[in-house]
Ligand binder design. Structure first.
Ligand code: 0PR
Length: 388
């Protein structure tokens, strides 16, 4: 480290150099990201609250009220009037919190010590972390022909040690929505916690449904659903790190709360201690600014681009893995390995991401990918296709 202070100009020159090495969303080349550039109003609010600490909420009563309000606002489109929960760093932390609560409740009420966690094979890898950290046996169950969890396989795998079932509303690789209604019935019948990971779909499915899109129920209107992950830093247009975890009632937070001496509150249920209030303020700002109408328009625009890309790919002879439900398109070329096609696209400066199950090129139609970028991409794909 430098001995003498550096000037502000010098520091920012250095920082600019680092930043120039980063990819920019605005170039439209990042094809596999669920994050995108945050809304300007969210960024402004973020900086305004950059010093607030929700780890000691008695000192930051206003910021705490913002967090509670945001959770209630999210609840308003997930069919729950009085949810409890927290703004967290993202889907990973939210999923770990949900499973921690379910594990503790199963331990306290049923004496389960060696718990099992049932997830679909399409589940995000954050559940592997959760199972590892919480000492649970991870049971990954099969999917149906449309890459959604197969409820029969869930039923077959339930044992007296099951602490939770997970369903996904917007899978990471293909954007599929699991049959949460069926999972809810199974969860009720077996008295098991059902957690829904709507990290990706939470900020689009409810608004699309309201506009008449035929998408399945996945929220607290289903009795078996006890917790939901929803990430404002994905389709919510809030800056990273903005995640959300909502529970049906206070008992789920109490199940994992620890005493917190010398703080302004007596106990704490979050994994993180000192934690930012800025994400709550940013999310509050952008949610109010856009309203349900803004998010609906945003989601519909993303789906329109999805349809355009999917149709154009088929016309060019590419094969879709599945008809998209949300704004993710996964495809292959009939005569090329996925890795080979990915390499050819990378050579043309596209930042490509591949799905693993099944292998495919995967494009997430976030705000930063505009129609003109898609036309450029399709031209490159046509070129590649013609040259083999
Ligand atoms: N649940 C689901 C359904 C997800 O898709 C993700 C992340 C998570 C949980 C975990 O969320 P956090 O990463 O916020 O903890 N899905 C993306 C993925 O892994 C995240 C992502 C974002 C990847 C931007 C790449 C990227 O450039 O694919």
């Amino acid at each position: 480290m430098n001995e003498k202070p550096m000037s502000q100009d010098e520091i920012f020159n250095e920082l600019d150099k680092f930043q120039a090495m980063d990819c920019k969303y605005s170039d439209g080349r990042i094809l596999g990201s669920m994050c995108t550039e945050a809304h300007p109003i969210a960024k402004e609010a973020f900086f305004k609250f950059v010093d607030s600490n929700l780890g000691d909420p008695g000192l930051f009563k206003g910021t705490k009220l913002i967090e509670d309000t945001v959770i209630k606002m999210i609840g308003s489109f997930l069919s729950i009037e009085n949810p409890v929960g927290h703004m967290v760093t993202g889907g990973t932390e939210a999923n770990i919190m949900a499973i921690r609560s379910a594990r503790n409740m199963a331990r306290d009420s049923k004496g389960i010590e060696d718990g099992e966690l049932i997830v679909p094979k399409s589940a995000h890898f954050s559940f592997k972390k959760a199972a590892d950290m919480l000492n649970l046996n991870l049971i990954r169950v099969d999917l149906d022909d449309n890459y959604r969890i197969n409820p029969e396989c869930v039923e077959e795998n339930i044992t007296e040690n099951t602490v939770a079932i997970v369903g996904i509303a917007g899978t990471t690789e293909l954007g599929m929505i699991d049959p949460i209604e069926d999972l809810s019935e199974i969860a009720i019948q077996n008295d098991v916690h059902l957690h829904v990971d709507a990290a990706f779909g939470g900020f689009s499915i409810p608004f699309l449904k309201e506009r008449g899109y035929d998408l399945p129920n996945f929220d607290f209107s289903l009795e078996g659903v006890k917790s939901i992950t929803v990430d404002p830093h994905k389709m919510g247009l809030s800056p990273i790190p903005s995640g959300g975890i909502l529970f049906r009632d206070q008992s789920y937070l109490d199940a994992m709360s620890v005493d917190s001496p010398y703080l302004t509150i007596k106990n704490q249920s979050t994994i993180v201690g000192t934690r930012l209030g800025a994400a709550s303020a940013a999310t509050y700002a952008v949610m109010n600014y856009l309203g349900k109408e803004g998010y609906a328009n945003n989601a519909i625009e993303a789906l329109d681009k999805t349809d355009f890309l999917a149709k154009s790919l088929k016309e060019l002879g590419f094969e879709l893995i599945v008809e998209p439900k949300l704004n993710i398109v996964a495809f292959n070329h009939p005569d090329l390995e996925t890795e080979e096609l990915a390499k050819l696209l990378e050579e043309r400066n596209w930042k490509v991401s591949c799905s693993s199950y099944p292998k495919a090129i995967r494009i997430i139609l976030m705000n930063h990918i505009k129609k003109e970028h898609l036309i450029e991409l399709l031209n490159d794909l046509k070129d590649i296709s013609n040259s083999i």
